[in-house]
Design a protein around this ligand. Structure first.
Ligand code: PMP
Length: 528
């Protein structure tokens, strides 16, 4: 039974029990700005400083007054929320505003077409599907071109206006003295065998180690974390994961995985076999700042290398800005700060202002396939309510000469300074402070070899950071969580309303946490 009510617990009771072991399964009854209010034992409200920030969705703060007012206004006016397959000026205007900001940040005017969805993972799935539709169309066009080339060569050989070169004959085992028709048949059969295998090859995705792109059928295959990914391996397209900062590995993967279609080319009356690059690589997914993988910033240099590599092999770049985007790092597109340009972008989380569930996948015009609009949709996507809320979010980010982005940078600096001072005091406990803007992480040293038996146990439970977060919540009324795939790293993604005294409170909690770890006082991390 749930302690707060008599109803049987059927909504993920196991997860609640796990959270309970770290003392995190408290109930929040109200939220405002950067504060969540926990239900106290006496029924009263206990304010908690929120550094988890809805996993990134409440950049503007909980229940931002302007967003709540807009929501009220829309509902009070009886504005149609679900009027699918009609004109949708609200969606066009939202897409136009996103384009206006993106053009400013990229310094380029190429339009990005918008496909709306409901969640982050869904936007990633839409990007993957679009990229595969595009790849399929490129494969079909290449197949037609090759068929045409082979047809022309075949006709020329049959007519006697061209001859198979010695190299072409040798490649397909047509003996030098063999008659023209037999040799031609051998070459054509050989080409067909070689090409059939290629044409049926499934798409291959590229993604970075530690990357996180969602947990749906295909997106989870691009999420590096094995616990999330491998049970569902047979559900989705496969990815090769590449370590950060290793352009040599990119080249190696390319050499191992690339594909070619064989074709015939006529030159000076000779028929030669030529290779036409086959599009195996469907998309390369990158997070400008990896969130769930432990808050790792993509360096400008490696970003440029990825960009160059993808341009060379004609593989679209999907920049997943679901956690890093929407102003959190000081720009709508965090990637624009490292000079990375996406063929696709995904945005979600804060796009809905912490109130609406919405996401968008953007595709640059040069890659856009309008056919996608006919084959992809969702009942709930592109609804007027979430589009209007998202427009309000953009207006808030852009207001007062784009003050919100500057605030994210400034608040991020203040928070980072506090985290770094904790690290400087406790270098024996804190391994690193990382991130950009209001997307920061603190990595603690591994305790699996600790003197304290309790600490060793917690460290090997796979939930270590949750116990760190439990102490912060219990003793300091500070809410944070570890990142999903790197549990020794605590994440800090508060709202723009983050106050100096909340930073100081977090600092005090982290210092105490470090003292507890230094003293090997494992019992303090467990629920009393
Ligand atoms: N991509 C990234 C970079 C994310 O951080 C997340 C969520 N943590 C997702 C995709 C998935 O978003 P959602 O949880 O809304 O499906």
């Amino acid at each position: 039974k749930n302690s707060a009510s008599d109803a049987p617990e059927l909504a993920e009771p196991y997860l609640r029990a796990v959270l309970d072991t770290a003392g995190l399964a408290v109930e929040y009854v109200r939220a405002e700005g950067n504060t969540l209010f926990q239900r106290g034992e006496d029924g009263g409200e206990i304010p908690v400083a929120d550094f988890a920030g809805g996993y990134g969705s409440v950049l503007l703060g909980h229940n931002h007054p302007a967003i709540v007012a807009r929501a009220r206004e829309l509902l009070a006016a009886g504005s149609p929320v679900h009027a699918q397959f009609s004109r949708h000026p609200y969606a066009n205007e939202l897409a136009a505003e996103l384009n206006r900001i993106i053009h400013r940040e990229l310094g380029d005017q190429e339009p990005y077409f918008a496909i709306f969805a409901n969640t982050g993972a869904e936007a990633v799935e839409a990007a993957i599907k679009h990229a595969e539709l595009d790849r399929g169309m490129r494969v079909a066009a290449l197949g037609a071109r090759v068929a045409e080339e082979i047809g022309a060569a075949r006709a020329a050989v049959a007519e006697g206006t061209a001859a198979l070169s010695a190299r072409t004959r040798a490649r397909f085992g047509a003996a030098a003295g063999e008659g023209r028709p037999a040799a031609l048949e051998a070459v054509l059969a050989g080409l067909e065998r070689a090409n059939a295998g290629q044409l049926e090859r499934p798409p291959l995705f590229l993604a970075l180690e530690r990357g996180f792109h969602g947990k749906l059928g295909t997106s989870v295959q691009l999420t590096h974390n094995e616990h999330y990914r491998t049970p569902f391996k047979s559900l989705g397209a496969q990815a090769r994961f590449v370590p950060h900062g290793r352009p040599d590995v990119l080249k190696e993967v390319y050499a191992q995985e690339r594909g070619v279609l064989l074709s015939l080319e006529l030159t000076d009356g000779q028929v030669e076999v030529v290779e036409r690059e086959f599009p195996v690589f469907c998309a390369f997914l990158v997070e400008p700042v990896q969130g769930e993988g432990g808050i790792h910033v993509l360096g400008a240099e490696f970003a440029q290398e990825i960009q160059r590599f993808c341009a060379e092999i004609d593989c679209p770049v999907v920049v997943d800005e679901i956690q890093s985007g929407m102003g959190r790092t000081g720009a709508l597109l965090s990637s624009s700060q490292v000079g990375l340009r996406g063929d696709y972008y995904t945005l979600a989380k804060a796009l809905g202002g912490g109130i609406a569930k919405t996401s968008v996948m953007l595709v640059r015009e040069a890659r856009y396939r309008r056919e996608f609009e006919i084959v992809h949709s969702s009942t709930f996507a592109k609804d007027s309510f979430s589009c209007e809320i998202a427009r309000t979010v953009l207006a808030l980010l852009e207001a007062d000469g784009q003050a919100a982005y500057r605030r994210a940078t400034e608040r991020g600096r203040a928070l980072r300074a506090e985290l770094e001072s904790v690290q400087a005091e406790f270098p024996d406990q804190v391994l690193a402070v990382r991130g950009r803007g209001l997307m920061l992480g603190m990595e603690f040293r591994d305790q699996s070899q600790a003197d304290s038996e309790i600490l060793r146990e917690l460290a090997t439970s796979g939930l270590f950071g949750y116990f760190l977060a439990g102490l912060l919540l219990r003793e300091y009324r500070v809410r944070t969580f570890p990142t999903a795939s790197a549990v020794n790293t605590l994440r800090f993604e508060p709202s723009l309303q983050l106050a100096d005294d909340e930073i100081a409170l977090l600092g005090a909690g982290l210092r105490e946490l470090c003292r507890v770890l230094r003293a090997q006082d494992g019992a303090r991390l467990t629920v009393p």
